[in-house]
Design a protein around this ligand. Sequence first.
Ligand code: MRU
Length: 346
Amino acid sequence: MIEPIYYEDEKLYIVDQRKLPQTLKIVEINSVDEVVEAIKSLMVRGAPAIGITGAYGLVLGLKDWKGSENERFFKQLDTCYKLLLETRPTAVNLSWALNRLKRKASSLQEKPPGEIWEALLEEARNIHDEEKERCEKISLFGASLIPDGANIITHCNTGPLATGGLGTALGSIIIAHEEGKKVHVFVDETRPLLQGARLTAWELEQAGIPHTLITDSMAGFVMATQKVDLVIVGADRIAMNGDTANKIGTYNLAILARHHEIPFYVAAPLSTIDPNIENGNGIPIEFRKPDEVTHFNGKRVAHEKCKAISPAFDVTPSGLITAIITERGIYKFPYNFSKSEIDSYI
Ligand code: MRU
């Protein structure tokens, strides 16, 4: 398995996900501004991967302040924190990781900046390592819900590229396959940016798992005409009642699954649950440039004056979600996550 994100000698290395599957290019990143651009442009994407990258981004942004006075070091920390936080609003993993580093720095504020910086690097590495461990656990629980011979539908990309580990929804499929179960995946292409067609199909190919690409609008046809056993997706932010924000089109898929009485699973780390948001109405949704919809592959397809919107995520009401698979186990609807319970895990 490739390492899609790694930090070495004060440099961050990231697989440029925009170039896949045609080119596997690893980009060297040296500054917080480059990290900001990498996240905004979707060079790196997927909720856990954004969190890991954001954490290393903060460390990179402070590397030249190691020898300065504490006040200047903390001022720079605030500047980098804000820059990174503003990159993408929906995935809670980013603020979660950045806040974790900020808390770490505050707990050491009397120490020299060089020492604080070392501790921040260690914390970023911990976040990265823990994310890998969480993926393993989630995937084992997820695989237990996948029967031998299963036909599965998935949406967007939730594998190693999106998580820095094995993956969540895709990790569950990979483990099921490694356990010897014969699985086949229908991959939603995931309009408008084609994370399914470009990334998930590629990762399934790497893992040797049989798959068939469909456009998002074919999911109903596939459910009505083929034996589909389950749908499994990831999440960018989960409210305390289980309402789940994930890639645009997930909500449609959940409604179709309910109509066809097919289990609909969400696989995500507990850090994706936002203890401060009661239900889906409170989840901020990122709106991207309308060009992503009016254009295809850089070419305009709609008429010149055509208006378009590009919400990057939608919210699936918890009532449509059969179970949420986490590193602590499988939670079934209705979801009664308690704030103190979630706070204690993360
Ligand atoms: O806009 P993206 O590509 O970052 O959106 C990613 C998704 O919606 C994923 O399903 C989600 O982050 C889960 S990744 C394990």
